[in-house]
Design a protein around this ligand. Sequence first.
Ligand SMILES: *Cc1c(COP(=O)(O)O)cnc(C)c1O
Length: 386
Amino acid sequence: MIPYGRQSIDQSDAEAVATATRAPMITQGPTIERFEEAVASYVGASHAVAFSSGTAALHGAAAAAGLSTGDEVVVPPITFAASVNCVLYVGAKPQLVDVSSDTLNLDLPAAADRIDELGAKAAVPVSFAGLPVALERLAGVGEGVTIIEDAAHALGAERAGRKVGADGGADMTAFSFHPVKPMTTGEGGMVVTASEELAERLRAFRTHGIVRDPEVAEREGPWFYDLKEIGFNYRITDIQCALGLNQLPRLDSWIERRNEIAETYRKALADVEDVILPPAAGDGDLHGYHLFAVQIRGGPERRRTVFEILRASGIGVQVHYIPLYRLSLYREMGFDPVDYPNSERYYQGAISLPIFPALGPQETTRVVETLRGALAETGDSIPSDT
Ligand SMILES: *Cc1c(COP(=O)(O)O)cnc(C)c1O
């Protein structure tokens, strides 16, 4: 089975991990800060705080933003559940706003209107598939609105010539280091931010809420620490960070390779009318191509058959994502598919083709030929109006 995504691990990664296991500290040691500094410098951010997962990173960002009971938070429906679950973790209220059909990212003018209308406290725009969401179009929203970019797909991607996560973008940007993501630490995540204050809150949140004030320690004794707000144990280990540090220098070449594979698919599928290709990056942007999600024309029945043919042929396709309003938890909160026509249209046809750095030309050819075959086999079922 060719998976839809897979990590790239080499001998040097294995050696870096082995070495890290023999260090005096395998967690809470110096490698965590080295990894944070390396990612901060790579993306051009002032501060970086590593977490045990991308999900924990988003939880940290929601807490650091000060979100709590009753606060409204705007999220797009085409994303992984973790993007919106973080809103519930802090007791806040998610508000789904449709995606734009042109980008499959949050429809920004609609999101800005909704934020104003609701007096929303935050938004979690997602750079879906690795295509940077055009954050500058949210610049007009109110002062007190915190923008948390879910960039789990977009580490290494570029917006207007700068890496996603660079100072000047979202208030906080969250990354994931899950194995299918642009680079990996096994499990892991990170929040980058320009704000020292947010970084401090993120650090406290990651370690139970523990804060150390030198003045108080002077008075009370050197062992003294305080707890002002609740936190969690969301720490990443030094072993994981050693893997991350060893992966990072290869990230740009992996993004390049993902872009080459995307170009191969685009050329090979350009003449296939029943396939809608994913949105490409605009001028000055660099796509991260975590996913290559095509849409099959002809309706959900045909999509299902094509999906099953691909799977039966050893192509590990996937659907990213079941829209959030279709998940019971969120559907029962009152979100209704009719309010999200662009997300629905996308979902009815969506299939993610395999894309990862080690995917070779023979494999992409096999994917394309199998897809063409599946489309030919199901061609008759296309209703004339779709
Ligand atoms: C993977 C992912 C996450 C969560 O990251 P984990 O590291 O798996 O916890 C969050 N948002 C999106 C869009 C993701 O794809």
